[in-house]
Design a protein around this ligand. Structure first.
Ligand code: UDP
Length: 206
């Protein structure tokens, strides 16, 4: 198996490294711009993110929670021709026909039901569920414990907060943040931040 280079050696990076190990990677290292980082979770930090092209024979995964940064770095690595992988925790339940884009992580205990499509660079976080026929765009974060009911559409770059619920057949437009524990019961067509039960907009995205 190739070495895996994980970009980002903080909390999200550690979780990703754990999934990588459980997926069979025996040689794992980080790149991170924070000065002075040498070892994280027992894995070496080999240098700054900008040095990634020195590792072109290795597999890559971008494990930075911020979706704009994740997108920028993943696009850069992808354009260089390097290999980006998809990581799925062995305890996740993923139906056979689900399509998952490169650079997406599916964490422990997540359930993804049939006919779902998940884009590139997404995070399907711990114990979340994505039900049948959902379409999740690129660089979406489905946070810990979130519930997406059947046939929900989440636009790219959106962040569905911890424990939020999106009712069936609804769409959330791109670049939208749904707050922790919010319940979405109607389509969200204007980018922004929505909180509460039912979820209401609190601020328009700039
Ligand atoms: N980071 C980096 N280069 C960047 C942006 C972020 O190396 O351009 C690193 C940063 O130093 C930190 C990690 O990515 O170690 C982001 O960690 P943070 O705790 O902010 O959030 P997480 O990604 O774990 O959710």
């Amino acid at each position: 198996m190739n070495r895996l280079i994980i970009i980002g050696a903080s909390g999200h990076g550690k979780v990703v490294a754990d999934i990588a190990k459980l997926s069979g990677y025996t040689d794992i290292a980080f790149l991170d711009d924070a000065p002075g980082l040498k070892v994280v979770s027992g894995y070496p930090v080999l240098g700054a993110v900008s040095t990634f092209s020195a590792f072109s024979q290795d597999d890559f995964f971008v494990a930075i929670g911020n979706s704009d940064i994740r997108r920028r770095i993943q696009d850069e690595i992808s354009s260089s021709g390097a290999r980006l992988v998809t990581l799925i925790h062995p305890s996740a339940v993923v139906a056979q026909d689900v399509v998952i884009g490169e650079g997406t992580a599916v964490m422990a205990g997540a359930v993804i039901n049939p006919s779902v499509r998940i884009g590139r660079g997404c995070i399907v976080n711990t114990s979340s569920s994505v039900d049948h026929d959902c379409v999740v765009g690129d660089y979406v974060h489905v946070s810990v414990g979130t519930r997406l009911a059947g046939s929900v559409c989440i636009g790219s770059g959106s962040w569905i907060g911890i424990g939020a619920v999106v009712s069936n057949n609804l769409s959330v437009c791109p670049n939208t943040m749904i707050g922790a524990g919010a319940v979405v019961v109607r389509n969200i067509e204007l980018p922004g931040t929505y909180i509460g039960i039912p979820a209401e907009q609190i601020q328009v995205a700039s």
